[in-house]
Design a protein around this ligand. Structure first.
Ligand code: SRM
Ligand code: SF4
Length: 556
């Protein structure tokens, strides 16, 4: 019998020799080369920075023998998506000062800047830091931006719940000073000794990224089952207030590796408030020790859970925790997604308005919606709070009676369409950035979302289904950044000019969609869905969603 010893990936070595995420980044930022080395590219991710090139001109430049158009993407983590107006205005200024003039809201309540040149990285990091934000840990093999439903955060009844995403961010952020030394303070911090790195990170950090989200007890706007760790608030008869804790979710797949798959998390235990950190730390240590560092495409925690079986994984955590885990409570049955759009009055008498941001891209469109200007004006004039949502939208919260009229007027003047005017597919459709910035994109997504929404809304309207809501999510590859794997209709880039079409997920986020058609051209997507819409119209119950219907009749 031979035992095959698999080699760790090169990334593990790069992390180990980086001196806690420093590597040669500082020197490379100072040289006059537009790009960075592969080693720095890997370590920069931990600092929230991705080396990219403008793919719209890649071919043309290659043909002419010219250097690629090197640009960077910076992702700024925003725990729970909560931003003060000062913070928003700093982000808005940075978009013009060093990026492409847009602010990209992400599916994890963070903010991305695209098209940043290398010499813009430090100014951007400093501007963000000056307003108590950071890109550090927004990417890389660490706990990423902690997501939480906006409704929880205005929950004055429980301050701990309102603060949970910030609390978890503090508890699980790497302690190295590398980011502040390289990007913010220069030599000042270099003379300081690092505080010891957290035990679950060590010098090679986690095998891969790690995602945590906190759902509202009654609704699932954060897709809590798609996370490495999901938390759902609840009250336990003995342990009191706390969370049902779920483990092992994740949606990414790779065509080149058939042994990769999307997976929903398993409910593992109920944790009281004062146990949350301890139990998540034990999950992280378990993952650190058992995760696969030899294949980055199979390194996520969901594969550890799937490979050894959920029961065994739970035991491994108990061993490291040194005690038995409590059983989880029943999951809520009334879970559905609230998209937080439109006007609402809160318990404290203030108002909020949720504004749709198509594919999360905040910009001023020539001759169209001037959302960036609208948000800037509101932030300049009123002491409100902005909540970014996991649906790439923004909720403007804490609007006083006096301010409401002005906010409404600003939105109208800047041609921001109110919730009631949005199409029923448009309202909840998501798309990832894909081309031209994402290095992994096979097809378009964000740029063609409006056209796809139009085609599908047209197909529904031609069948008396125009008033029915339908959840559409589109990505340029199977990594699944807009979470198509749990959507009613998921459109996933397959080859340069085709998409795979999935159906049967739903707003509750508790069901994986099923592959319905492979390699469909963009123009054919609405056409291949046609027969399914015909059946939904003829056989579906009046209030039965498309995803539920597909599941009931066995298409999905
Ligand atoms: Fe993602 C990689 C964009 C949410 C799964 N994701 C990327 C990169 C960094 C491309 C790359 O590796 O070169 C994309 C940057 C493109 C660009 O030009 O901006 C990218 N992911 C995004 C965002 C911006 C999509 C969006 O439309 O908002 C989201 C940023 C979230 C954040 O603020 O942290 C984003 N990515 C997700 C999600 C959804 C979620 O977390 O709720 C997923 C699926 C859930 C999951 O993780 O399983 C997701 N992204 C991936 C993967 C597949 C990981 C895997 O398990 O194999 C990759 C590829 C990778 O990591 O190697 C990836
Ligand atoms: Fe890029 Fe693929 Fe994520 Fe879209 S789904 S942003 S194409 S990695």
């Amino acid at each position: 019998m031979t035992t095959e010893t698999k080699q760790e990936t090169a990334v593990e070595d790069i992390k180990r020799s980086s001196n806690y995420l420093r590597g040669a980044i500082s020197q490379e930022l100072d040289n006059d080369v537009a790009s960075v080395s592969n080693e720095s590219e890997q370590i920069l991710k931990f600092h929230g920075i991705y080396a990219q090139d403008n793919r719209d001109v890649r071919r043309e430049r290659a043909v002419k023998g010219e250097e690629l158009d090197y640009i960077f993407m910076i992702r700024v983590g925003v725990p729970g998506g909560r931003l003060t107006t000062d913070q928003w205005l700093a982000l808005d200024a940075a978009a013009s000062d060093v990026a492409d003039g847009t602010i990209r809201l992400t599916t994890r309540q963070a903010v991305q800047f695209h098209g940043v040149l290398k010499d813009g990285l430090r100014p951007l990091a400093r501007a963000v830091d000056a307003h108590l934000m950071t890109s550090f840990g927004a990417c890389g093999d660490v706990v990423r931006n902690v997501v939480s439903c906006p409704e929880l955060q205005g929950n004055d009844a429980d301050e701990r719940l309102a603060e949970i995403s910030r609390h978890l961010t503090r508890s699980f952020r790497a302690t190295t000073d590398a980011h502040w030394e390289i990007f913010v303070n220069g030599d000042k911090a270099a003379s300081r000794e690092d505080a010891a790195e957290r035990p679950f990170y060590g010098e090679t950090y986690l095998p891969r990224k790690f995602k945590i989200a906190v759902a509202h007890p009654n609704e699932n706007c954060v897709d809590v089952l798609a996370q490495d760790v999901g938390l759902i608030p609840g009250v336990h008869p003995e342990a009191g207030d706390g969370f049902n804790l779920l483990v092992g979710g994740g949606l990414g797949r790779a065509y080149a590796n058939p042994d990769t798959f999307a997976r929903l998390a398993d409910p593992m235990t109920f944790v009281a408030y004062d146990e949350v950190d301890e139990v998540i730390a034990a999950v992280l240590v378990t993952y650190r020790e058992l995760g696969d560092r030899t294949d980055r495409k199979r390194a996520r925690m969901k594969y550890v859970v799937a490979d050894m079986g959920y029961e065994q994984f739970r035991k491994e955590i108990e061993v490291r925790l040194g005690r038995e885990l409590r059983e989880p409570l029943e999951l809520p049955t009334h879970f559905d997604a609230d998209h937080h759009l439109g006007w609402r009055t809160r318990g404290d008498g203030t108002h909020q308005v949720g504004v749709r941001v198509s594919a999360g891209r905040v910009r001023d469109e020539p001759g169209g919606t001037r959302l960036r200007s609208a948000l800037r004006l509101i932030a300049q004039r009123h002491p409100v709070t902005f909540f970014l949502t996991a649906q790439q939208d923004v909720v403007i919260s804490g609007i006083s009676d006096d301010a409401r009229g002005d906010v409404e007027e600003i939105l109208t003047r800047q041609a921001v369409r109110p919730d009631g005017e949005l199409g029923n597919v448009e309202r909840t459709a998501l798309a990832c950035p894909a081309l031209p910035t994402c290095g992994q994109a096979l097809t378009e997504a964000e740029r063609r979302l409006p056209e796809l929404v139009g085609n599908i809304e047209g197909a529904l309207a031609s069948r008396q289904l125009g008033r029915r809501a339908l959840q559409l999510r589109m990505t340029g590859c199977p990594n699944g950044c807009a979470r198509p794997a749990v959507a009613e209709v998921g459109i996933v880039g397959r080859t340069k000019s085709t998409y795979d079409v999935y159906v049967g997920g739903g707003p509750r986020g508790d069901r994986l969609a099923t592959l319905y058609r492979e390699k469909v051209s963009f123009d054919e997507i609405a056409v291949v869905l046609g027969p399914l819409f015909d059946r939904w119209e003829a056989e579906g119950d009046e209030d039965e969603s498309f995803g539920d219907f597909m599941t009931r009749v066995g298409v999905a």
